[in-house]
Ligand binder design. Structure first.
Ligand SMILES: [Zn+2]
Ligand SMILES: [Zn+2]
Length: 505
């Protein structure tokens, strides 16, 4: 009964039954305790779970692996990560499920790199349990977040060697991982090799193609999907609309937007509207984009206004930019990045008075900026850089390399745009050409530490700025390197002095 309640919409009834059982003098076995713990997870009741934990010790069930794994899960779901790890440490025997819970606990807790470390340990057979398909799913997710392509490739090999290769959910995760790590052709290989594809596979492939700027191919994949008789869902349309927007296909975008509800009974949600706003904004149809937002039945979210604000910056549309900021303030969702966009809108039309005003405002309101952070993977190890970072063990070589690259790029015509964009506003005073954004450090490290011709892959947590974008473009030509930067919203493939985004991002 407790178990049934733990799976139902009334988990608290399970907790009551457990208490009644104890009151009647019946000692629960590890299974009943495990089920009531699951009820506590469903109820998000920290107090209830703590009580159960105390009783488990009282009952002498502290060495039951299954029960302890459930307890770990409970602590992890209540954000009590240290307690979850403590339960794990005290387990006399740990099976694969327990290790998997540890991995998901790390991932939830933002300790993504440690999650990969657990996979390492499991694979090396140092811990007596081997990774299973669930481990692989969890680790692939972690690789996607980190942009850890090599590590993801290792997981892929493991999946093949252990015969999980035909599992649809694993293949779907591989497609997502490869696309998120900037390797859309590998994603396509996995996709092509799948014996059967579900709607998630198609959507993942379409989104992957779209985010890498292969708009036409993404749309082609959509029609192929229709020929195969797979019904699209809302994710599929997010991918297709995103494809239209990254490739500037306004007419196609409107066509898909109109037909999604009429022909496929998928009601446009906030993301779909967001893609349309992006598409119209990119095409310079700012007024249309604004009207579309105002016409929405659902309340527009901050991300949508931010998209429009980005377009205002590109087209130097000051009055609309000011109006959008008002909407963001009304939603109480304004972030440092929004003010930076507004500021850049002013600077793009040369209104320096307003630039100073916005900066003063930001200082007064003590608006926190997110520090820019870039990562680059080298033989399976993730290297992390912040702005003007000097914590890397090879920092001297990196800065020498940056100097050298700077000289080479200057010869090729690169001019540092010192005033262009101030996305790391915290370093206000340092906006001279002496300041290095994190992606420049990561790129320099890439040039330094990999053989000539190797593709450099960088993942960045914020939008990349115009200056770093120019830097990467020229670098890709001068050093004959493909540079792939994943920023907050999209991928930039730099090749022979050009970028796949056509300078719109
Ligand atoms: Zn930059
Ligand atoms: Zn670009």
């Amino acid at each position: 009964m407790i178990r049934a309640y733990s799976l139902s919409n009334f988990p608290e009834e399970g907790f009551k039954l457990y208490r009644e059982m104890r009151n009647r003098g019946i000692t629960p076995d590890p299974l009943s305790s495990s089920f009531v713990t699951k009820s506590c997870i469903r109820m998000s009741s920290l107090l209830g779970g703590l009580q159960v934990h105390a009783k488990i010790l009282e009952d002498g069930h502290q060495s039951d692996s299954l029960l302890l794994t459930t307890l770990m899960n409970f602590y992890s779901s209540c954000q009590k990560f240290d307690d979850a790890c403590k339960v794990f440490d005290e387990m006399p025997q740990r099976d694969t499920v327990a290790w998997n819970v540890l991995i998901s606990c790390y991932t939830r807790n933002g300790r993504t790199r440690d999650a990969l470390g657990v996979f390492d340990m499991m694979e090396s057979k140092r811990c007596g349990s081997q990774p299973d398909d669930v481990t692989c799913l969890l680790v692939l997710q972690a690789c996607s977040n980190l942009g850890a392509l090599e590590f993801g490739g290792r997981v892929h090999s493991y999946i093949r060697e252990h015969g999980f290769g035909n599992a649809v959910n694993l293949c779907n995760s591989l497609i997502a991982m490869y696309s998120r790590c900037g390797c859309v052709d590998k994603a396509y290989q996995v996709f092509k090799g799948m014996p059967s594809k579900d709607v998630i596979s198609w959507s993942a492939m379409i989104s992957g193609l779209a985010s890498h700027g292969h708009g036409r191919e993404a749309i082609e994949a959509f029609w192929e999907m229709q020929r195969m008789g797979v019904a699209p869902d809302d994710q599929t349309f997010t991918g297709v609309l995103c494809a239209c927007s990254h490739s500037g296909l306004v007419d196609e975008g409107w066509m898909f937007f109109d037909c999604m509800s009429k022909e496929f009974s998928v009601t446009p949600n906030v993301h779909h509207y967001g893609c349309m706003v992006d598409l119209l904004g990119r095409a310079g149809l700012l007024e249309q984009a604004y009207q579309l937002i105002l016409s929405m039945r659902v309340r527009p979210d901050a991300a949508m206004w931010r998209t429009l604000l980005g377009a205002c910056r590109i087209y130097g549309h000051v009055s609309l930019g000011e109006c959008v900021i008002e909407h963001l303030i009304e939603l109480k969702a304004q972030e440092a990045g929004d003010y930076v966009l507004l500021l850049n809108t002013y600077s793009s039309v040369g209104n320096w008075e307003k630039v100073i005003e916005v900066r003063k405002l930001m200082k007064e309101k003590e608006i926190q900026t997110t520090p820019g952070c870039s990562t680059i993977e080298l033989t399976g190890v993730i290297h992390e850089f912040l702005v003007d970072d000097i914590s890397h063990p090879r920092k001297n070589e990196i800065y020498e390399m940056l100097d050298e690259i700077g000289k080479q790029l200057k010869i090729a015509g690169y001019v540092a745009e010192v005033t262009s964009e101030l996305h790391d506003l915290g370093s206000e005073e340092k906006e001279s050409s002496l300041s290095y954004h994190s992606e420049k450090l990561a790129m320099a490290f890439g040039v330094l530490a990999t053989p000539p011709g190797t593709t450099i892959r960088v993942a960045k947590n914020l939008r990349t700025c115009v200056d770093c974008h120019n830097f990467a473009k020229v670098l890709s030509g001068v050093y004959n390197r493909v540079v792939i930067i994943r920023d907050r919203t999209r991928f930039h493939h730099f090749r022979e002095g050009r970028c796949s985004c056509n300078d719109y991002w």
